[in-house]
Design a protein around this ligand. Structure first.
Ligand code: F6P
Length: 363
């Protein structure tokens, strides 16, 4: 059977295990020899025990677990050609020419570069007598399928990345707990949520927790944000509300691009309203714990589709990323999605927030 390997790379997210499980089982079902690559690209570079054949039962009892059982890492060695040469050697000598990568845009870009270089890497290995002519010929094509695992929902081309729904569940559960104590003491709570440069988690959290105010980076706070915030809080308290929840995305900024931090918001509330105010930074709790049903199913669907894409690939097939579009699993050109995702980052760096929001949309 064909050699196929799966690995997880970059920050972990809930639902990655469901995706790994699905890749392994679909691969075996379709007659492949399936391998785990542990610790992301680092495991591919280091080889040895990091690349291990998987069987049907190696992925039993993992669908309910957060994180990734095969480990993940941000790898510096793979950035160097030397590292990629070693990775190519480790794959060819095991007969692996199909890769499923589960990660963010950086990890997917790395996979694309690897595939572009594949031929020249094999040539170099052959020249150095590390592989045989037969191996050079037999494994001359590398096929790649990606899936996006991230709690940030920051990738263009998909409605939801694997992990976002679970992170939202975790955040909302925490805020519901905070609300009960805030109510008792009539306090204002400032909650910092993750998302890197994407306000998706913050906006969905604010909408589903009845928050008073929300700071994100795609819609930077106007110069008089402090007054507006205090007026809103005062108004809500006057109408009988006993507490306020303010959501601050970790990348939140004002129109000059200066960070809006939880500390800064607290200072504004305390100085202007003399309110009893506390900060809760949710941190990595958001990325941990058991995946939601949605993320389990999403991982399963994406994993199966990724394997099918690889099995149908011809030498000309470009690397794809499997995404969700209107509840359909679809295959999109990997680099086009990465390019769009990078264009969003560029638009934000240029302070062109309208363009960033527009580019992030599906159309
Ligand atoms: O991309 C996922 C994410 O959790 C972001 O929301 C956050 O900014 C970052 O990763 C945290 O990275 P680390 O786990 O390296 O601290």
């Amino acid at each position: 059977g064909k050699g196929l390997a799966v690995f997880t790379s970059g920050g972990d997210s809930q639902g990655m295990n469901a995706a790994v499980r699905s890749v392994v089982r679909m691969g075996i079902y379709l007659g492949c020899k399936v391998y785990f690559i542990r610790e992301g690209y680092q495991g591919m570079v280091d080889g040895g025990d990091n690349i291990e054949e998987a069987n049907w039962s190696s992925v039993s009892s993992i669908i309910h677990k957060g994180g990734t059982i095969i480990g993940s890492a941000r790898c510096m060695d793979f950035i160097k050609r030397e590292g990629r040469l070693s990775a190519a050697y480790n794959l060819v000598t095991r007969g692996i020419t199909n890769l499923v990568v589960i990660g963010g845009d950086g990890s997917l870009t790395g996979a694309n570069l690897f595939r572009q270089e594949w031929s020249s890497l094999l040539d170099e290995l052959l020249q150095n007598n590390r592989i045989t002519k037969d191996q050079r010929e037999k494994y001359k094509f590398l096929h790649i399928a990606g899936m996006v695992g991230s709690i940030d929902n920051d990738f263009c081309g998909t409605d939801m990345t694997i992990g976002t729904d679970s992170a939202l569940h975790r955040i909302i559960e925490a805020i519901d707990a905070i609300v009960s104590t805030a109510y008792s003491h009539q306090r204002t709570f400032i909650m910092e949520v993750m998302g890197r440069h994407c306000g998706f988690l913050a906006v969905f959290t604010a909408l589903s927790t009845d928050a008073t105010y929300n700071f994100i980076c795609e819609e930077p706070a106007p110069p008089n944000w402090d007054k507006k915030l205090c007026e809103k809080i005062k108004e809500e308290r006057k109408s009988g509300q006993r507490l306020n929840i303010i959501i601050v995305a970790e990348g939140a900024i004002d129109r000059e691009g200066k960070p809006i931090t939880a500390e800064l918001v607290k200072k504004v509330v305390v100085e202007n309203l003399q309110q009893d105010t506390r900060i809760t930074v949710l941190g990595h709790v958001q990325r941990g714990g058991s995946p939601s049903a949605f993320d389990r199913i999403l991982g399963c669907r994406m994993g199966a589709e990724a394997v099918m894409a690889l099995m149908e690939a011809t030498p000309e097939t470009e690397p794809c990323v499997v995404t969700l579009d209107g509840n359909q699993a679809v295959r999109l050109p990997l680099m086009e999605c990465v390019r769009r995702t990078k264009a969003v980052a560029q638009a934000m760096a240029d302070k062109n927030w309208d363009l960033a929001v527009q580019l992030r949309g599906r159309s």
